[in-house]
Design a protein around this ligand. Structure first.
Ligand code: FMN
Length: 192
């Protein structure tokens, strides 16, 4: 099959859907956020991409703190809402019940199965976005989302976003174990 090129922003990769929590001029604000990734193992760090048009980017530059909240699939509509209105014009502070850990400007959502409070380490200014590198100070969950002491994706029930079709998807079936399925391939290739 011949390969074709497509518009460069139309890559179709699933991203975990999260909600970014900040303090915007002293008031709680939330925004839908998908562009995030782990960037350092120890200390644990996360990188998030936030558009310069958003209120959230100036909130983070102002306080140096934020939260990442992982909603479950039943929170898709509320999550989406946080991504279609701006804290510059609309008060999103009452959308969720919040709690705080050790950081004063990282409001976390009680109803989200997993939340983390993050401290800014390095803002990287890019043409349209900021890439904020932050240390994860604490991660919060509840006993009911764990199996054998570890977060259980079936219980957390997160969802992902694909673009350019702009759709949310729930997580499907487990298809194998990482750092494990490749072992049989390695052994087979060794013998060839
Ligand atoms: C599903 C969804 C995902 C989004 N992901 C991001 C993202 O990763 N980064 C970003 O800068 N904006 C993202 N946005 C856009 C912001 O959430 C949106 O501009 C929001 O209104 C900004 O809110 P604020 O001005 O209160 O910060 C997303 C929007 C939606 C609906």
């Amino acid at each position: 099959m011949p390969k074709i090129t497509i518009e460069k922003n139309l890559f179709c990769l699933p991203w975990t859907q999260t909600i970014l929590g900040t303090h915007l001029e002293g008031k709680v604000n939330f925004m839908a956020l998908d562009w995030l990734t782990r960037v350092n193992y120890n200390p644990p760090m996360i990188g998030i991409c936030v558009n310069k048009m958003s209120a959230s980017h100036s909130a983070i530059l102002g306080t140096g703190e934020f939260s990442i909240n992982v909603p479950s699939a039943d929170m898709a509509a509320l999550t989406d809402y946080t991504g279609i209105v701006s804290g510059k014009k609309v008060d999103k502070s009452k959308l969720f019940e919040v709690f705080y850990g050790e950081l004063k400007s990282a409001p976390m959502i009680v109803n989200c199965p997993v939340t983390m409070e993050c401290k800014l380490v390095q803002p990287v200014e890019l043409p349209t976005n900021y890439f904020f590198i932050a240390e994860i100070m604490n991660i919060y969950t509840e006993e009911r989302f764990l199996t054998d002491g570890k977060p259980d994706v079936k219980k957390i029930n997160p969802f992902v976003l694909t673009m350019p079709d702009n759709r949310f998807w729930s997580i499907g079936e487990c298809i194998g174990k990482a750092w494990h399925e490749g072992i049989a391939v390695r052994e087979r290739l060794k013998q060839e």
